[in-house]
Design a binder for this molecule. Structure first.
Ligand code: FES
Length: 242
């Protein structure tokens, strides 16, 4: 692995060639806000644009999304300039206008001094909606879980993740990876009395033979057994009691 030295906010740091600027910054304790990027999801990032930074190289400067911009020799990054703050503020105002009830977006916006967006906010029922349409949930489902149960539906401001035609997805295994990955907790998932409800479907859960706690949907166990070499008996106990 080829090591690369770059400068972030005047400090020289080391990363690995083609690692993203965001990853290198995080490894060195430098804060850059990010929503749609997840380290376990290679295809994630590049959608929400809150991770914008200035990238300086060979005498030019560009605003880039740090989550998918690779480190290169001679790169200098600035994460907190007036320009970065001004553009990020606009991005956050747009996000806040879309999801005014999202605590995550509201907190991020507040850090940049925004209490209310300047842009039009729909006062309808959808105000309770928290999805920023970043697509991370669909990427997790397809690229990490490998079931492709959800996708982005509609266009522009109506864009939202969902099951095909908003009907029960027979492909869904109820694993909840989409809900766990969602940066704004916009996906509803409930575990009650051994039943998980997600995307309009109910999934029976397998209970741990030691503590009795329901911990994984049966459909997820079926999927793992079918696609890996794991024995079904492996799932008799929850991770805490294996
Ligand atoms: Fe980089 Fe969303 S975190 S664009």
């Amino acid at each position: 692995m080829e090591k690369v030295k770059i400068v972030i906010n005047g400090k020289e740091v080391e990363g690995i060639k083609d690692q993203s600027v965001l990853e290198v910054a995080r490894e060195h304790g430098i804060y850059i806000p990010a929503l749609c990027y997840h380290p376990e999801v290679p295809s994630s990032g590049g959608s929400c644009r809150v991770c914008l930074v200035e990238a300086h190289q060979n005498g030019w400067m560009r605003l880039v999304t740090s989550c998918n911009y690779p480190v290169r020799k001679g790169l200098e990054v600035k994460t907190d300039t007036d320009l970065v703050r001004r553009i990020r503020k606009g991005v956050l105002e747009l996000l806040l206008a879309r999801v005014p009830d999202s605590d995550v977006i509201r907190d991020l916006a507040r850090k940049d001094g925004i209490e209310e967006p300047r842009f039009f906010t729909d006062e309808g029922e959808d105000n309770r909606y928290k999805c920023i349409a970043c697509g991370l949930c669909t990427q997790v489902c397809e690229d990490v879980v490998g079931v492709n149960a959800i996708s982005m539906l509609s266009r522009s401001s109506d864009k939202t993740p969902g099951t095909p035609y908003h009907k029960d997805s027979q492909a869904c295994i109820g694993c909840g990876a989409c809900a766990y990955a969602c940066p704004t907790s916009a996906i509803s998932m409930k575990d009650t009395d051994g039943i998980r409800t997600i995307w309009g479907r109910e999934f029976s859960m397998v209970s741990c033979s030691v503590c009795g706690k329901p911990y994984i949907p049966e459909a997820q166990v079926d999927w793992i057994v079918k696609t890996t070499h794991k024995e079904r008996s492996f799932f008799e106990r929850c991770p805490d009691h294996r």
